[in-house]
Design a protein around this ligand. Sequence first.
Ligand SMILES: [Zn+2]
Length: 513
Amino acid sequence: MDQVIIFDTTLRDGEQSPGASMNVAEKLRLATQLERLGVDAMEAGFPAASKGDFEAVKLIAEKIQNVQVTALARTSKEDIDLAWGAIKDAAQPRIHVFLATSDIHMKHKLKMSRDQVVETAVEMVGYAKSFIGNVEFSAEDGSRSDWDFLCRVFGAAIEAGATTVNLPDTVGYAMPDEFGQLISYVRQHTPNIHRAVLSVHCHNDLGLATANTLAGLRAGARQAEVTINGIGERAGNTSLEEVVMGLYTRKDHMDLTTSINTKEIFPLSRLVSMVTGIVVQPNKAIVGANAFAHEAGIHQDGVLKHRMTYEIMEAQTIGLSSNRLVLGKHSGRHAFKNKLEDLGYDLTREELNRLFEKFKELADKKKEILDEDIEALMAEEILRVPDVYQLDYLNVVGGTGAVPTATVKLKIKGEVVQSAGFGVGPIDAAFNTIAKMIETRSKLLRFSVNSISGGMDAQGEVTVRLQENGLIALGKGSDSDIITASAKAYVNGLNRLEYMKTNPSVKPEEITP
Ligand SMILES: [Zn+2]
């Protein structure tokens, strides 16, 4: 069986989802988990987009050993210099250069002729090649490009040294049979195509990203560009878990394999949702809350009689097991430390002490501490620090007959500030008070609550969506107390807005292969 190269772009294309920006600690954490998952390549970011992006890519490149760490660049020497500067210390670096090849993009966006596009692609692939052997070239808006022109560009890019050529369905326009035919056509009409890996990169605007990706692989593409939970701009990218489990479950038909350790899929899906604040829809394939829940009575009966009647996959395969080792009130420091190591965390002594204290507090309120709870603690206590605003203390009084009142203590840039305020409900009172203290001009667009695990004592997980001057930030907070979780989410969202204001980034529409 042939192996498909899994190229994860959660940290680059995924991060372009509105509000999904992550800080450096969060990105490093995701990168470490992606390495555990076994992806072949990860796109760590777009170093030319901002200083913050450059730093994040550089740190990931220094840390990750077993994955090709990729940096994105437009076809300019400045971009390629920055990309190389960020990844030069990686164990396996790759530079990814892109240029649009569709008539509509060349005419209206690039204002370049076909010949100029070929010339630029050749020149810039060659320039990237002067630093490094591993160079990918993407033909942006490839699926809407003239087929013969696409073959010409790919042929020239490979001649200039590209080792991977990527055919993106940038706007999510392709149909599966058509996309498969395009891949076949490119393979037949690009004479040197065997010297490079042919890659696909699809978007989900018509809900066809996975279908198109699989059609591309059937037709001979051997790299799939994907994101965890399918996050990405607009309707998102192709979801990693759907492609990987599609190949795994239907290897009889697809005859292709991957290097992914599928048991890491579910934990990573949870982590991505936690750090980005983008909740997975319950009916999402593979990782949605209902994906393995057989609720209808008839199905349950069938599943009990013979699993294969209704289940095509086992929940354990994606790491959703029912017999997990749980921690509780009496778990000691050693067990806790082991658990963290199991989850792939490598903490300093000081971080471990801090987290253990929070773990004990939680274990006093909640009987069983699951992996999800520990990931949530980790996100709250370790990954989000240092922040500009920190919630230090919250006391809310409410109930029938009382005016909901909140007393809040915040650390603002290290200094403790205290205030109190009212609201129409307890959460509103807490938000009003925090907003007044921070003097924010942001608007709360959305507020939602989920429970992290099942059971009456489950921790609540709150997501808020804030907007200020065209910037959108998601904030997330979890706690066994829903009002505290809400306040944490609000403060987290305000921190993210602050981060976005101080780290201005290139507009997403300029960087969408
Ligand atoms: Zn994309």
